[in-house]
Design a protein around this ligand. Sequence first.
Ligand code: TXA
Ligand code: MG
Length: 338
Amino acid sequence: METLRLPDTEEGILAAAEIIKRGGLVGMPTETVYGLAADALNEAAVTEIFKAKGRPQDNPLIVHIANTEMLSPLIASLPEKARLCLDAFWPGPFTAVLPKSSLIPSSVCAGLDTVAVRMPSSRTARRLIELSGLPIAAPSANTSGAPSPTSAEHVLHDMDGRIDAVIMSEPCSVGVESTVVTFATEQPRLLRPGGVTLEQLRELVPDITVDPAVLEKIAPDRPVASPGMKYKHYSPKCSVTMVKGSSDEFAKFVNSRKGEQACALCFKEDEPLIEARTLLYGSGTNAGEQAAELFDALRALDDMGCTECYAHAPALDGVGLAVYNRLIRAAAFKVVIL
Ligand code: TXA
Ligand code: MG
């Protein structure tokens, strides 16, 4: 199949909406990462999403909406704490897991009785949803297991020839995926940290809990609240080790190990101290910058031909929690503490 490159204009978005309406797949920019968009109510189109990504069938999709009127047909109920969060964080990088209505095909939710819903702030994504007049199912537009795409080029790298079109927009401003919170449990629970921070959530819902899978490896036989957390994720081809310590400690550690094939994934402040090849992901004191640059750096790592990569761990506050959560998965939970 030829993958159309559509401009990020009213005309381009209209062409993308026509593709969605007839059951096709479109690479859709959002403020977090690019999504692989299809009609959420069309079972056959949803099946094509799973095929194009090579995604396991038991990993449910997020349904994207453009306005609050689109929410009620999708859900069975809206708990008060969820409503508070939606009022505060929509449109934006926030996904609520809620009891689902019968309108949603079971393949979207992988047979669960809940549905994940998000209203993106991206103008293009919202316009695409409006023009198609449909709720849009969209996982990140990467091959399953690869880092999420933060540019149209990343989407084409993984999906060229496998999907109908990509909207050729700007790189994503947030750079990590949305925050996922389930409201289907007694207390709201953070399933995946993202652009909306835990600190922001605690202000509204002080009793929110953090799923253990956010920071730790979950044993394969243990049930997980969010199926996505059990899969290999964000994996570059070379072996990554996350290293916790100060800039000086990190540099000393890397410099004592450098060989032809080693490199450092680090902050710009670290760079002058490192003797090995480096890939940068923002400043050590700016988690927003780290989030915006991390996935591009992980993709670039594949082209460097290294066998070992030492990644300087970010701080855990603010969006840093999301950056840490993605990086520790890229490192397959291998951590060195200095
Ligand atoms: O920012 C984002 O959320 C991006 C953009 C495109 O919107 N989308 C995204 O989708 O990251 P995806 O499919 O790559 O990640 C969705 C996550 C997965 O970890 C999945 O398991 C979880 O949300 N999820 C979806 N539906 C769920 C449900 N009903 N219950 C629990 N977790 C769910
Ligand atoms: Mg994904």
